[in-house]
Design a protein. Structure first.
Length: 167
């Protein structure tokens, strides 16, 4: 068997086995609780911008972007802009793609840092509520064939559900 195919099969089997691995599930839950309390995700940056993400989530998003090859990635929630820069740099490597960052309040210092970053050519910032008709219409103007949506703004049930329904 092809070694790459063998590795992929092994990886799929490992991933499938995790649902039955109780010690791993307990450890993951404990890590999630304690790392959130300690603000562990605040310790990272990408190309000079703080990125409030877990490294394993960044790797997972890279895998999705590589597999899906979207034309546009829409992220709700901008914060310091590190994830926008991250996604834009991945698109730069692909030679295509645009990132739309939406936030209800993009602070001036963050906007300036994002707009002056070398990856800014692949980033569009929209200030407003991600579920407002005005913002939805602005997103529709940019959207192409393949879109990947990353919802990371208001984490309430009702807001996320509304985003899912609209996007």
């Amino acid at each position: 068997m092809n070694p790459i195919k063998k590795f992929e099969i092994e990886r799929e089997e490992l991933i499938a086995s995790y649902q039955h691995n109780e010690p791993l599930k307990v450890a993951a839950k404990n890590f999630n609780v304690h790392s959130n309390q300690a603000k562990y995700s605040y310790n990272f940056s990408w190309m000079g911008r703080p990125i409030i993400q877990y490294p394993q989530d960044m790797i997972a998003m890279q895998e999705l972007i590589w597999q899906i090859q979207p034309d546009v990635l829409v992220e709700t929630g901008v914060a310091h802009g590190g994830s926008l820069i991250y996604y834009a740099s991945l698109f730069e490597l692909l030679g295509k793609g645009q990132v739309i960052g939406i936030d209800i309040d993009i602070r001036t210092h963050n906007r300036e840092a994002i707009e002056n970053h070398p990856m800014s050519k692949r980033i569009t910032l929209l200030e407003g509520c991600s579920i407002s008709s005005e913002v939805i219409n602005q997103v529709k103007e940019v959207v192409k064939d393949k879109v990947l949506i990353c919802l990371d703004s208001n984490h309430t049930h009702d807001h996320v559900l509304e985003q899912l329904n609209l996007y």
